[in-house]
Design a protein around this ligand. Sequence first.
Ligand code: GTB
Length: 214
Amino acid sequence: MTITITAFERSPDGGKGLARDTRVRWALEEVGQPYEVRLVSFRALKEPAHLALHPFGQIPTYHDGDLALFETGAIVFHIAERHAGLLPDDTNARARAITWMFAAVNTVEPPILDLATARLLEGDRPWSKERLPLVTDRVRDRLKPLSIRLSDDDWLDGPFSAGDLMMVSVLLRLRASGILDEYPTLAAYVARGEARPAYKRAFAAQLAVNKPTG
Ligand code: GTB
């Protein structure tokens, strides 16, 4: 069966790799699984055919035979469980890698999304100037302990895992804010993720769809 994922027909970031299909592409590239992409317009996201796949009308989705999934955490976890390369064999190490996946989406990503909302969607509100530093500090509250835990290691717990894939994907969203640069070990960690051949292939594939023309 062919794995099919969905992605934006035209991502608002113009190919910076920030839409969430990139992390699924990356996971598939890491484990060497070919996949097809069905591009979806913003309008089609909210139409019944797509809502049957994704109840919240979002991308990405994952389709393989009679299995349809949504939520990147669940999709990457499924890929990592089915194919070698993203989760360690040792039971405890595997559980720790999965813990980092949850930490990425559950603990680190929420304040980063709040910051993106505050900067991009609420920047013109009268209260924005007061709120922005508070939201930014909540991101720092996550980055500081994360950088302490990572220390000088290459990855969060031994070899590269799905936990790192999710964490790097989440942190990438901070690049435009400059906050990542306040934590050189995290900036280097993200750069290590981006340097992986599988990430490069995933990035190139989404760019091929979204490259600004003219
Ligand atoms: N928790 C879900 C997951 O991890 O799968 C979140 C999925 C999600 O937010 N999908 C977004 C979506 O479909 C696309 S990635 N939004 C349409 C909608 O909700 O109607 C979010 C995103 C969009 C654009 C940029 N960008 O341009 O920089 C970055 C990230």
